[in-house]
Design a protein around this ligand. Sequence first.
Ligand code: FAD
Length: 398
Amino acid sequence: DAHHKVLIVGGGSAGVSVAARLLRLGVRGIGLVEPSATHYYQPLWTLVGGGRATARASARPQRSVLPKGVCWIRGRAESVDPDGRTVGLADGRTIGYDRLVVCPGIQLDWDQVPGMAQAVAAPHASSNYTYRLAPKTWDLIRSLRSGTAVFTMPAGPIKCGGAPQKIAYLAADHWRGQGVLKDIRVVLVLPTPGMFGVPVFAEELERVAARYGIEVRRNSELVEVDPDGREAVVVDRSSGAGESIRYDMMHLVPPQSAPDWLKASPLAGPADPGGYAEIDRHTLRHVRHPEIFALGDAGSSPNSKTGAAIRKQAPVVARNIAASLTTAGPPPASYDGYSSCPITTSRHSMLLAEFDYTLRHRPTFPLIDTTRERRDMWYLKRYGLPFLYWNLMLRGRA
Ligand code: FAD
């Protein structure tokens, strides 16, 4: 294990995709550091929480998704020495590299909001942001017949910025189908002034929220939870006003940031307060260490953090690494910030928001109007995208 031509830290969506792409480009000598025996397709967790998929369908053995020819180093990275070109693991091993790819994902900061961790451990709150909790979200939704349901989104970058509201629409649609929506007060707490960063999608989501009678709290954040009294304290950042809402069910999304060890490493830096690996937003190469690249949720590039972004980033990183191994000169491939967010607006419809660094609508299917919620897009989310993920993206084919 001691030295690899290319060392990848993290075997999630990004790490496996880059490894597969590098192999296709003929690069050998790839090592991949990953502690977990299970690989997760996290986008399915929204559907698990909404009662439309099983948790089990989101998990596969790590070994089954790692491309053959990649050396799996079962361990957890905890330090990087860019001068010595080594990565230190928690178990004491040190691994050398010629090129390093940093993609350990994002960290869920449950402790940033007092009471949040306790709330999800108690009976009335859940979160689709973990494999273990997502099924509990569905249990809470289907057993609620009246009362108050609160859905929250934290400020700052998170993975899949649409996920905090997707589950609110899946829940409201279920309650409407059961004839109980009129007896349930639904509150959606958003840190932003609008429903989405891209205006054309924000307008459509306004209509969706209004259709369900959802009370949207804008510019607002959950600042504290009392899990025993079932009180959620929400502050409106524009007026400073606080409000305490008693909930019968709550879906929580924790604040997120780079993994602590990455924040503390020389790869983080002053330009990025979240502690992400500081990379050029187009070449995805580290701004101070040219032999290091990063992508996915742990990179500082200002795209929306999704698997869809990684689908476009992975080929860029692989090409730039392969080129750097054979020739000097600037990296040939460039990422334009593409990201997409399939927003489930009911149990049968979806809005496919696609955009890039310019925050303009960037449709993959120009002939169909994806600025509106659509039933065919639901099938894309439920069946098409998981197929694309497991069979094409993780194999470096799409
Ligand atoms: P991950 O896939 O999280 O992988 C990180 C890997 O690094 C993990 O395997 C982890 O075990 C490993 N790791 C962690 N620490 C270390 C360490 N110290 N050393 C070595 N390895 C380490 N995206 C979409 O495109 N569409 C969606 O609809 C969508 N919906 C989502 C809904 C939910 C509820 C969630 C939670 C996410 C959603 N996403 C969606 C986002 C998407 O899942 C992530 O953006 C994507 O998984 C990020 O890939 P990654 O490789 O950067 O991180």
